[in-house]
Design a binder for this molecule. Structure first.
Ligand code: ADP
Ligand code: MG
Length: 692
């Protein structure tokens, strides 16, 4: 990577020990670093955020509101007024009309420059203000002599405090002069895809030609933009597919023997596997029989029946003399898996070990010993429990449940750990196709796209919280008739303490309102053993109403519970609401999920409420969620501060994504040196979240 990219001038100076005051170059480098720019190529790829059309002057009278225009006029008057707050107002006029330039933050020198009689050129959006047409905070220039209009669009770059457009432009020009802009696509490939050359694209975007169509630059449909978007997507695909290929060249135990356990399990199930479950199991079976590690993502909506597929995979490992580890994100879920697995494995004589935070040290030691000796064939627990050294005798398969809880960046970071293991990742958050093709392109994917038959769809109701009492009454009636209910406490993201307090308050209130019922409480701060006891009592029907925080979001399976109320539903995300709602509708009776919300609803919250009300299909909800939140939030990548794709938009540029995927395969097979060079350019300087 050093070969291709010269370091940005200034960063080197930082290694010198004796520099008392930061030099301008060093300060510049620090600001560039803030933008993720470390190498010359990063500057080349630092592309404009937008373009402004300063090639034309618009007569003041013709400036339409809301559209950026450039006007030129003579200053009639300039004054500083103090009401409603300190501001500078400068009235200018051309032969067609008058316009006020309004500034709230200004220097005295600017006020002076705008003296009566001066000629000023201003760029901005006109709107109708108190004094008629006005421009707030325009970019402006006082013209001392005849100044010709620029002949091309002006690029405006994303920048950071203290780094002016001019300084940034100078740095970019310097880099453009230093680097090689040779193409990383073979000409026949760019020709076939109808893409322009790399050099042409870079030069055009930094220096649009005179007469270039401003619209295509603005909406980034210009050929130069398409080339850069393609290159960005290609870098992502190359990185992901390289990992994919590397994995296929590593060794893993061959789990090909079809022993008695899997067949016996399938024969003994109280139901028939759905066709989608069967297809997924066949995918897994095929992978496990290969001498390379499987990394397969099993996607399926809540309740689609992923667990039994995981049990089959674990049994296949056991049939081949190896062990399986099953990891869940929460204690509650791990415990549930333990029960479910025990129910299915015990009749087959397969021993399990169970590691829990709530166990005594002695119990945990016993579990560990059983795992180390190989007596326990399948081990279950939370991820945390597997993090501190658990020694397996012969671990062949790791199953990671509810993998979507961890975010893509975490997954990518862990990609090389357990490199010689088969891994089955399960996710109940359906991943829209474009995301799956990009950020999950290093995995193989199976989708369970149907629910087991005989489910009654959950009826969703939207109530304002003024109807809370009615909901409580309904829960009383249902529970008196033998039913059970969940009551989900409002989410308080800002404070775990407040969240806990709300849960306690809600629990107290409902206990008082429903004296004839047993109300239970479950939240993240409870001790493991207490959680276990409460869940067991709820499962056994001794607790009728379970008050909980979002800890019940994941995986909880109590078919008799057919009612759910979610308080302050407007605070939850779509994926969360969908997961929560998926806790009911698991039995034969019709289930109801009441979303209590508080008015007034914001725009996004209103959208979320209507999406969840109108849709029950997880994929449809996920697509809406992606549109509402964007890929960064959706993938849990935003917290890590990692930028996603900068230029390409997965939905809008889906055609380019398809093309990049094919191109990546071709390059990796036929032109690996070009693939390498392409990756170095795009991933060279930054810790970029393209999947590197
Ligand atoms: P999830 O995909 O959300 O993890 P689970 O594996 O917990 O779903 O399955 C939900 C419920 O459906 C469980 O009670 C499970 O036993 C049941 N189930 C799974 N597969 C089938 C099937 N093919 N037919 C009927 N019920 C099934
Ligand atoms: Mg599950």
């Amino acid at each position: 990577m050093r070969k291709v990219s010269t370091r940005v001038s200034g960063t080197k100076a930082s290694s010198k020990k004796t520099t008392p005051a930061p030099s301008p170059a060093k300060a510049n480098a620090a600001r560039l670093a803030k933008l993720g720019i470390r190498h010359d190529f990063d500057l080349v790829l630092h592309l404009p955020l937008r373009y402004e059309d300063e090639t034309r002057l618009t007569p003041i009278a013709e400036a339409a509101p809301g559209i950026p225009v450039q006007v030129e006029g003579t200053v009639k008057s300039t004054e500083i007024v103090y009401r409603p707050r300190r501001q500078l107002l400068s009235r200018i006029a051309d032969s067609s009309g008058e316009l006020v330039l309004r500034f709230f933050n200004f220097y005295g020198s600017q006020a002076k420059a705008l003296a009566s009689g001066a000629t000023v050129r201003a760029f901005g959006e006109v709107r109708t203000g108190f004094f008629g047409g006005e421009m707030a905070h325009p970019r402006f220039r006082v013209l001392r002599e005849q100044a010709p209009l620029p002949s091309a669009l002006t690029p405006i770059y994303p920048t950071t405090a203290g780094l002016s457009q001019a300084a940034l432009r100078r740095s970019i020009e310097g880099a453009l002069a230093r680097v090689q802009l040779d193409d990383t696509l073979p000409p026949e490939m760019s020709g076939r895809l109808g893409l322009c050359g790399f050099r042409e694209a870079v030069e055009t975007l930094h220096h649009p030609r005179p007469g270039a169509d401003p619209v295509s630059f603005r909406d980034s449909s210009a050929p130069a933009w398409r080339r850069m978007k393609f290159d960005e997507l290609l870098a992502q695909q190359l990185s992901m597919r390289k990992h994919y290929r590397e994995r296929k060249s590593r060794a893993a135990p061959v789990l090909a023997r079809k022993g008695p356990h899997t067949a016996a399990l399938i024969a003994g199930l109280p139901f028939r596997l759905t066709p989608a479950q069967r297809r997924s199991w066949e995918d897994i079976e095929r992978d496990l029989a290969q001498p390379h590690p499987m990394h397969r993502l099993l996607q399926g909506d809540v309740g689609s029946g992923k667990t039994v597929v995981a049990v089959l995979a674990a049994l296949r490992a056991v049939e081949n003399g190896m062990q399986a580890a099953v990891m869940a994100p929460t204690e509650i879920l791990a415990e549930q898996h333990f029960r479910k697995f025990s129910e299915w494995l015990a009749p087959l004589g397969v021993e399990l070990a169970w590691l829990s935070g709530g166990q005594t040290r002695k119990e945990r030691e016993a579990g560990r010993t059983a795992i180390a000796s190989g007596k326990a064939k399948v081990a279950l627990g939370t991820h945390a429990l597997f993090q501190d050294r658990v020694a397996f005798r012969a671990l062949g398969l790791a199953v990671v449940d509810e993998q979507h809880r961890f975010g893509v960046s975490q997954r990518l970071a862990l990609r090389t750990k357990g490199a010689d293991l088969h891994q089955l990742m399960m996710s109940a958050t359906p991943i829209p196709r474009t995301l799956s093709m990009s950020y999950f392109a290093d995995l193989d994917v199976s989708v369970i796209d149907e629910l087991p038959p005989g489910r009654t769809p959950v009826v969703t109701k939207l109530f304002t919280d003024s109807r809370r009492a009615q909901v409580v009454k309904r829960i009383r009636d249902a529970c008196m008739a033998g039913g059970q209910a969940y009551w989900v406490c409002p989410l308080i993201e800002e404070s775990e303490q407040l969240q806990l307090q709300t849960a306690l308050d809600t629990y107290a209130a409902l206990s008082a309102e429903l004296p004839e019922l047993r109300v239970g409480l479950i939240h993240g701060r409870l001790k493991g053993a207490e959680k276990t006891r409460t869940m067991a009592e709820f499962k056994a029907g001794r607790i009728q109403v379970l008050v909980g925080t979002t800890v019940i979001e994941v995986g909880v399976d109590v078919p008799n519970a057919s009612l759910m109320a979610i308080e302050h539903a407007e605070r939850f995300g779509l994926a969360q609401l969908h997961q929560l709602r998926g806790r009911v509708g698991r039995g034969a009776v019709e289930s109801v999920c009441v979303l209590l919300y508080q008015n007034p609803l914001g725009e996004t919250a209103r959208r979320r409420m209507s999406v969840i009300f109108e849709n029950s299909d997880g994929f449809a909800i996920a697509r809406e969620d992606l549109l509402l939140r964007g890929p960064g939030e959706f993938l849990g990548a935003r917290q890590s501060g990692a930028p996603l794709l900068r230029f390409a938009d997965l939905e809008q540029d889906a055609d380019l994504l398809e093309a990049a995927r094919t191109a990546a395969e071709t390059l990796l097979s036929e032109r690996p040196e070009l693939a390498q060079r392409h990756l170095e350019r795009w991933l060279g300087g930054r810790a970029h979240f393209l999947g590197a």
